[in-house]
Design a protein around this ligand. Structure first.
Ligand code: GCB
Length: 595
């Protein structure tokens, strides 16, 4: 799917700003809201989560539908063209109405969708977007469905307790706040009626030349021309067919920390579109992860799209800041834990040479604490296939993306075979969908790893480990030993492996000379201990700590105002361990650290 751009043949209008807003019910909303402006609306900013923009638990803990409205007049000259309405993301599901007509629906909160709106346009238009934030066994991420299961059964049988238990609410089976709303930009763009639908680019390297395999999908008829330009604006090659292979002599490679982007300028009849891309290859060979045929070492984090007030809404200044902090730390990569990030962030990573592991929103596919049903209870298979297809269709051309992660921490151990039967076809699907055929992984959690059949079936073993925190918390000596013991098992598999999460909750400003849990000193000593183990393992191809910054979660006894495992606070101030990593990562080269 093409990212919308403005050029000589395409107009682009960003509908960001203040929209009218109304919370609705779990079951639905008043039909008239799709046709008639609200009488007493709230005002809410788009793009952003709605939860933290207004005070009150009714916003923070809302369950079910919320409705956005915007009045639109479309310039007459644009109506002669094909007009498309495009959403970067709406979390978790959307129904879109134009002048009372349902024009599209979308399931899933982290990928774009669009609809042609010409047939529905009037002189004055009312756009209405209904957003459902409910998570359950059929959504990704997963929500628990047991109603108020976490309330103890020994609560007194009084009316208010009965009411509380009966009140439906989201019970996320994941450790980040279930932010909702229109999270990424809403845009209108036009194309001519004969138009470029999609562009696929597969780069390769031959000697010092770049090889560009391309395919242009178009609707209608017209003359086609593809020209490739370098960063100096020089044309380096061209083609006239809808698909083909081009050669860039003495190509500049896209490298981590040293990005170089070419532009494929496509014209088709009256339409045009410019797709940027990089010349780089990715391959797993033995226990090595090769970028441009050189063994790469991942230094970085799991992140979240999360900040004060905006919630999970796009914040481009924050994205710039985060990449700047990554450069300050000499980091080179992150995982889009636990959902695909904004297209704007992916574009920025392409430009800045930050390496990305791109993850689906499949988090929470574990059984919970009292379950006997196992995988059978989830209704996610088809949706999981859709998000893999759609994520790869969106991100296939990004040079920054070097690996797909199809899930985070599903239960792969309690029913090893059922788990394998669920995930292996999804692994195959990801490979089949990716024209660049990047490596595919699934991030496993800390469990009885010897029973796990899924991880060994992946191209790279990615594991989250909390020795020293959830396991043997406070005792770094025994944690180190246990970690070393486990590494011997993974070493035997002959595959590259990396740690995709390890961390300790750390309250900024809390210090102690003898490192105690939650202090800044403990976080630093914890990483020193774990990293000493990683450094002994030649098959370990990277370390991504958890988390880049503190982030919001559901309230509960496990979390003090959110998850505090950040290397930075939520407002991006470094903790002690940030200085430790900064020094460590300066000394670890991007390439050739593990021979
Ligand atoms: C994990 C999860 C992550 C949590 C983290 C934690 O294993 O993948 O979503 O936030 O642990 O801090 O507990």
């Amino acid at each position: 799917m093409l990212y919308p751009e403005m050029n000589v043949s395409r107009a682009l209008i960003d509908l960001s700003g203040i929209w009218e807003f109304q919370l609705a019910q779990a079951e639905g909303f008043k039909e008239k809201w799709t046709k008639v402006p609200f009488e007493h609306p709230e005002h809410i900013a788009v793009p952003a989560s709605y939860n933290d923009q207004k005070e009150g638990t009714q916003f923070r803990d809302h369950y079910g539908w919320a409705v956005y409205q915007k009045k639109l007049e479309i310039p007459v000259m644009l109506k002669k063209e094909r007009v498309v309405l495009r959403f970067g993301s709406v979390t978790q599901a959307a129904r879109v109405y134009l002048n009372g007509t349902l024009i599209c629906t979308h399931k899933g909160g982290f990928l774009p969708f669009e609809v042609e709106i010409n047939p529905y346009l009037e002189e004055e238009n009312l756009l209405c977007v209904a957003v459902d934030n409910r998570v359950n066994y059929g959504t990704l991420p997963i929500g628990n469905e047991a109603g108020a299961a976490f309330f103890g059964s020994d609560l007194p049988d009084i009316e208010s307790v009965r009411n509380m238990k009966a009140r439906p609410q989201n019970l996320p089976n994941f450790d980040f706040f279930n932010y909702a709303g229109i999270h990424r930009p809403v845009k209108l763009y036009t194309t001519p009626w004969n138009y470029i639908k999609d562009i696929t680019i597969v780069p390769d390297i031959e000697g010092t030349d770049g090889i560009v395999q391309y395919q242009i999908d178009c609707e209608g008829s017209g003359d086609l021309h593809v020209e490739i330009y370098d960063e100096a604006g020089q044309k380096v090659c061209e083609g006239f067919e809808p698909e083909g292979t081009l050669r860039i002599p003495d190509a500049h490679l896209w490298e981590p920390g040293n990005a170089y982007l070419y532009q494929a300028c496509v014209t088709f009849g009256e339409d045009s579109y410019t797709q940027s891309f990089g010349i780089r290859t990715v391959r797993v060979e033995g226990t090595r992860f090769l970028i441009n045929n050189k063994p790469f070492y991942f230094k970085g984090f799991g992140k979240h799209e999360d900040s004060a007030v905006h919630g999970r809404g796009l914040d481009e200044a924050l994205n710039v800041k985060d990449l700047s902090l990554m450069n300050w730390l000499h980091a080179n990569s992150f995982r889009t834990s636990h959902y695909p990030y904004s297209e704007e962030m992916m574009n920025l990573c392409d430009r800045e040479g930050i390496v990305v592991i791109d993850e689906t929103p499949a988090v929470g596919l574990n059984f919970g604490w009292d379950d006997t049903e196992g995988f059978a209870k989830f209704r996610t298979k088809e949706h999981h296939e859709d998000v893999i297809r759609d994520m790869i269709a969106r991100d296939k051309n990004h040079p920054c993306v070097v690996m797909w992660s199809i899930a985070n921490e599903p239960d792969t151990e309690k029913q090893p075979q059922a788990s394998y039967d669920y995930f292996k076809p999804l692994y195959d699907l990801a490979h089949a969908c990716d024209p660049q055929d990047r490596p595919v992984t699934l991030v496993i959690c800390q469990n009885d790893y010897i029973r796990d059949l899924v991880a060994p079936a992946m191209d790279v073993i990615c594991f989250n480990r909390y020795y020293g925190w959830y396991v043997y918390g406070g005792n770094l000596e025994i944690s180190k030993e246990a970690f070393e013991y486990e590494m011997k098992y993974w070493a035997e598999l002959g595959k590259p492996a990396m740690i995709t999460e390890y961390g300790a909750d750390t309250v900024a400003g809390l210090h102690s000379a003898t490192p105690n849990m939650f202090t800044e000193e403990y976080q630093m000593e914890y990483y020193r201990a774990m990293n000493a183990v990683l450094d002994q393992c030649p098959f370990i191809i990277g370390e991504q700590m958890w988390n880049f910054a503190d982030f919001a979660t559901i309230q509960g006894v496990m979390r003090v105002d959110g998850n505090k495992k950040g290397l930075f606070t939520r407002d991006r101030r470094p903790k002690l361990a940030a200085h430790y990593f900064r020094q460590r990562w300066e000394e670890i080269p991007d390439f050739g650290y593990k021979k």
